[in-house]
Design a protein around this ligand. Structure first.
Ligand code: PMT
Length: 284
C-alpha cells in the first residue's frame, strides 16, 4: 500500500498521476491523498491520509475474505452518447462513479473485473481491471454481449440512452427556421436482451433511476429485465444518483430480503451491493 503526500499542483501533475497509475497497475493499492490544508498553506488534495484512515484500510484489506475469487464480473458504467451530427449528441449526466466504485469493490472481494464504460472523464485504466471504452448504446451492447457468456455476474450500472436520432446528420446542422424536429428511434435495451440469455447460476444486477413511483418502477424492472436484484436510486434526492460522490439506495431482490442504505460514499454503497450479490448467489 502506498499513501502519497505532496502539494496540490504536484499531486495533479500528469507525471505523478501516470506514476501512481503504474504503481497500481502492477497490483499495489494506492491510498489516495486526502483533501485539506497543505504544508504550503494552500488547500486541496495532497495531504497524506490520516494514520487512522490508513489503519482502517489495512484492516479492511486483511479482513476482506476474497469471496469472489475465481468469479468474473462485468460492469457497464457511465452514459452513452448518441450523435445528432458530428459535433453534437444526446446523453445524460452519468459520471461513471457508481460503476467505478463497484469495480473496485468486486475487485477487492477477489473477482476478475471487466468494465464496459461509456464516455466518462474518470481515469479507469491502471486499477488492475480490464476496461473497454465505448460511445453509443449499440457499441455498449456489442461489447457486453461478446463478454456475457464468460461472466458469472453482470452489473448494469450504465445510464444508457433509451433513444438515438434516427438519421444523424453527416455535417454540422445549421441554424435554420424556428425549430428543429428530431426523429428518435429506440436503442437496444442491453439489460433486457442479455437477461433473455442469462444462464443458470449467472447473476444479473440492475439499477433503476426514478423520479416518481420509484419502488413500483424498480420492481417492474426487476421482473421485466430478469434481474436477481435491482438497486434503486432516486434522481431527485440531494447527494443521490448522478455525479455525486455519495448515494443512497434501496435494493430489491428476487429471492432474498430487501434492504435500504443510509446516504454513504459510493464505495461503501458498492461494498453493500457486493454483500447483497453474495446473498443472492447460489454458490455463496
Ligand atoms: O454514474 P454516476 O454519476 O455515478 O451515477 C450513477 C447512476 C445514477 C447512473 C447509476 O447508479 C444508475 O442508476 N444507473 C442506471 C440508470 C438508468 O439508466 O436507469 P434505468 O432505470 O433507465 O435503466 C434500468 C436498468 O436497465 C439499468 O440497469 C440500465 O443500465 C439498464 N438499461 C437501460 C436502458 C438500456 N437501453 N439498456 C440498459 O441496459
Amino acid at each position: 500500500m502506498l499513501a502519497p503526500a505532496m502539494d496540490l499542483d504536484m499531486y495533479q501533475h500528469p507525471a505523478v498521476r501516470a506514476n501512481l497509475a503504474q504503481v497500481a497497475s502492477i497490483g499495489n493499492i494506492v491510498l489516495d491523498a486526502e483533501t485539506g490544508e497543505l504544508a504550503s498553506g494552500l488547500s486541496g488534495q495532497g495531504r497524506m491520509m490520516e494514520p487512522e484512515h490508513i489503519l482502517d484500510r489495512v484492516i479492511d484489506f486483511f479482513n476482506s475474505k476474497k469471496e469472489f475469487l475465481g468469479k468474473k464480473v462485468l460492469i457497464t458504467l457511465g452514459p452513452t452518447q448518441e450523435a445528432l451530427d458530428p459535433v453534437r449528441f444526446l446523453s445524460n449526466h452519468s459520471s461513471g462513479k457508481m460503476g467505478f466504485a463497484l469495480a473496485q469493490a468486486f475487485q477487492a472481494a477477489g473477482a476478475e473485473v471487466v468494465v464496459v464504460a461509456g464516455p466518462v472523464a474518470l481515469k479507469l485504466e491502471g486499477h488492475g481491471f480490464q476496461v473497454q471504452r465505448v460511445t453509443t448504446a449499440t457499441e455498449m451492447y456489442a461489447a457486453a454481449k461478446a463478454l456475457h457468456g464468460q461472466m458469472d455476474i453482470l452489473v448494469f450500472a450504465a445510464a444508457v440512452a433509451d433513444f438515438r436520432p434516427e438519421n444523424p446528420a453527416s455535417q454540422k446542422i445549421k441554424k435554420q427556421g424556428e425549430s428543429l424536429p428530431l426523429q428518435l428511434v429506440p436503442n437496444v435495451d442491453i439489460a433486457f436482451e442479455l437477461g433473455k440469455m442469462k444462464r443458470e447460476g449467472q447473476i444479473h444486477v440492475g439499477f433503476a433511476l426514478e423520479t416518481e413511483q420509484e419502488e413500483a418502477h424498480a420492481k417492474a424492472k426487476l421482473v421485466r429485465k430478469n434481474f436477481d436484484l435491482v438497486v434503486l436510486n432516486s434522481a431527485t434526492e440531494e447527494g443521490v444518483g448522478f455525479k455525486h460522490d455519495t448515494n443512497q439506495v434501496r435494493i430489491f431482490h428476487k429471492n432474498v430480503e430487501d434492504i435500504q442504505t443510509a446516504l454513504l460514499p459510493k464505495l461503501d454503497i458498492a461494498r453493500l451491493i457486493v454483500e447483497e450479490v453474495k446473498k443472492a448467489a447460489a454458490w455463496s
